[in-house]
Design a protein around this ligand. Structure first.
Ligand SMILES: Cc1cc2nc3c(=O)[nH]c(=O)nc-3n(C[C@H](O)[C@H](O)[C@H](O)COP(=O)(O)O)c2cc1C
Length: 385
């Protein structure tokens, strides 16, 4: 089992739902990047549990940087960050210990690693608690990307049958940080909230789509064959628990269009030079970024742990049985999926920008560090709770 991603910015995540700590090791960072526990805590606050509309697990999510940062700047050594688990409550998982949950990773883990090695408490390693590590690493990636003036933002595009059909732009995605559901407007936030609350009362769940955008993406990220950036973005987003689909630009919709409808004119844009008129390919052509906004989407399935009874097999008796999963669960994982998906895209872009030499491998210059910190502080101030 390996848990590492990236070529230049190499991230390893560790920790289980009910382990002592979860965290990340981020290797390959240049020295001189300004970063603090407060920065990471700020990012983690957007994937937090224990609030309305999401899992009721009560965690402080206080990050501790244990290596690789000295006087608020990276040293170039591997950075390790840990977060203590405080509210795992193993008692809630006694029934799961012998009745694998349909739709969760339980059955596949038992088949692959053996029932005797299966950490069933909260899903062990397949728990979405692991995604906290990705947001930790994503904080570093976001700050690195400011070096090349690239920003990443995402919002919740749909929940079940309710879809945001407005034309949300990058700023709309940034502003979704104001809303608990990460919708792009107060109206969509209200609609999503009503549906999620109803599902919660009914012991049901549903899926959703997250749209992730990036502005200021340098052109030329990605190689034409196996390291196409669309392939790495798909891999990064599809590595998320409960992710069932990836699209960029026109996505699956393109399969129903005529060539003339899907073709995007090449135009001379004042100021920008050569550009694509409508950016229908979501900022990627031939697996390489075009310098236009990146637009990708990730679909999440409905949460499998629901109170509505489902059929399973009791592993102790090997007889058919029923399970109704209680405990703390997200009725719609896509809500917290927004900040996690955003982090994954930031990690891929930072890794590719490092590969192209746009982010220096060894050292960030003082003037760049000051510029990064100024922008970051302004961003944090806008969305401070
Ligand atoms: C942010 C986030 C939160 C999640 N919360 C839950 C949850 O509360 N309960 C649950 O059963 N699954 C939850 N999941 C999904 C499971 O972790 C996932 O379905 C499981 O690991 C099986 O993997 P698969 O769905 O990719 O096959 C969550 C996923 C994400 C991304």
């Amino acid at each position: 089992m390996t848990s590492t991603m990236g070529r230049n910015l190499v991230v390893t995540t560790f920790g289980e739902s009910a382990g002592k700590y979860v965290g990340a090791v981020i290797d390959g960072l240049p020295a001189g990047l300004p970063v603090s526990e407060e920065d990471i805590r700020f990012e983690l606050s957007f994937r937090k549990t224990g609030r309305r509309l999401v899992s009721g697990r009560r965690e402080d999510d206080i990050p501790e940087i244990v290596s690789g940062v000295y006087r608020g700047r990276t040293t170039g050594a591997p950075v390790a960050v840990i977060v203590k688990n405080k509210d795992s409550q193993p008692v809630l998982y006694q029934e799961v210990s012998h009745k694998p949950r349909p739709g969760h990773a339980d059955l596949a883990f038992i088949m692959k690693y053996g029932r005797e090695n299966w950490d069933f408490v909260g899903g062990g390693r397949s728990s979405a608690r692991e995604t906290l590590s990705r947001v930790i690493a994503g904080t570093f990636a976001r700050k690195l990307l400011l070096m090349v003036n690239t920003e990443v933002a995402a919002y919740l595009k749909s929940v079940g049958e309710i879809s945001d059909e407005g034309s949300t732009d990058f700023q709309g995605a940034v502003d979704s940080r104001k809303f608990p559901t990460r919708a792009s407007s107060p109206e969509m936030d209200r609609k999503f909230s009503e549906l999620i609350e109803r599902l919660f009362q009914e012991g049901e769940s549903t899926g959703g789509i997250v749209e992730i955008m990036a502005r200021g993406v340098p052109h030329g990220l990605g190689d034409p064959v196996f390291w196409k950036i669309k392939a790495t973005l798909a891999s990064a987003l599809m590595s998320l628990p409960a992710a069932t689909g990836f699209e960029y630009g026109l996505g699956f919709g393109a399969s129903r269009m005529l060539g003339s409808q899907a073709s995007d004119s090449i135009v001379l844009d004042e100021g920008k030079g050569l550009a694509l008129e409508r950016n229908l390919s979501g900022g990627i052509l031939g697996g390489i970024t075009t310098g236009m906004d990146l637009v990708v989407r990730c679909a999440f399935k409905p949460t499998s742990s629901i109170r509505k009874p489902a059929r399973t097999v009791d592993l102790d008796t090997m007889k058919p049985d029923i399970i109704s999963v209680t405990g703390r669960h997200d009725p719609v994982v896509a809500v917290r999926g927004v900040s996690v998906a955003e982090s994954m895209v930031a990690l891929v872009l930072a890794d590719y920008a490092m590969h192209e030499g746009l982010i220096p491998p060894s050292r960030i210059r003082e003037e760049d560090a000051v510029r990064i910190e100024e922008r970051w502080k302004g961003f944090m101030k806008r969305f401070a709770p």
